[in-house]
Write a new protein. Structure first.
Length: 207
């Protein structure tokens, strides 16, 4: 009995010593290249759009400003939808469409291969920027009203205009996101067809 127990203890020691050692997994390095590019692109575009909006809105009326707000809101919602769709869509259906030579399928494949970047650019750059610019246009409308009325009540009008713009933006994006999550392939294909219409190059795939 003593020999058996000693044998068992030795085998247990051997098993413990023969256990494979865990290889430490190195944490992945955070790539700063794309965030820096987005920062520079956003800064440049926001400067261009801000200056151009100031020039355009300086001589326009309230009706034209309202039309610009509607256009900016639609662009913001559309690009936010595209960003969500890019994060939700699958590549496989578009590969099948590409084999059937469906228009826009090749462009969709190229977009989905860079889904993270396209999603970030669509939602964070274009979508948010248009939302900010629509707020700026709303402020210019309030200033135009104040220049006509010259009344302290314009402060409340400005707050009301800004609130309505913010509410419409959130409402539109909420509806758009719901549709983008449910039908991401349709949105990606539509965007790809628009790119194909403007001659977006797909590039040659490596065999």
């Amino acid at each position: 009995m003593i020999e058996e127990s000693s044998n068992q203890s030795t085998t247990q020691k051997e098993l413990k010593t023969n256990k494979p050692k865990k290889i430490p997994v190195k944490p992945k390095k955070i790539s700063w290249a794309w965030p820096l590019k987005i920062f520079i692109i956003t800064l440049t575009l926001s400067l261009i759009f801000s200056i151009s909006s100031e020039i355009l809105l300086s001589g326009t009326g309230i009706i034209v400003s309202l039309i610009i707000i509607i256009v900016l809101l639609l662009i913001s919602v559309a690009f936010d939808m595209l960003g969500v769709a890019m994060a939700s869509a699958n590549l496989e259906p578009f590969v099948a469409m590409s084999s059937k030579r469906v228009k826009g399928a090749k462009q969709a494949i190229q977009l989905l291969k860079h889904a993270e970047k396209v999603s970030s650019f669509s939602s964070d750059v274009i979508g948010d920027m248009c939302g900010i610019l629509s707020g700026a246009v709303g402020a210019s409308i309030a200033m135009q009203i104040y220049s006509v009325t010259n009344d302290i009540k314009t402060i409340f009008i400005a707050a009301l205009v800004s609130s309505i713009i913010a509410a419409l933006t959130v409402f539109g994006k909420a509806l758009g996101k719901k549709f983008a999550i449910n039908e991401p392939d349709k949105i990606v294909l539509l965007a790809s067809k628009i790119l194909a219409l403007f001659g977006f190059a797909t590039g040659k795939e490596k065999k």
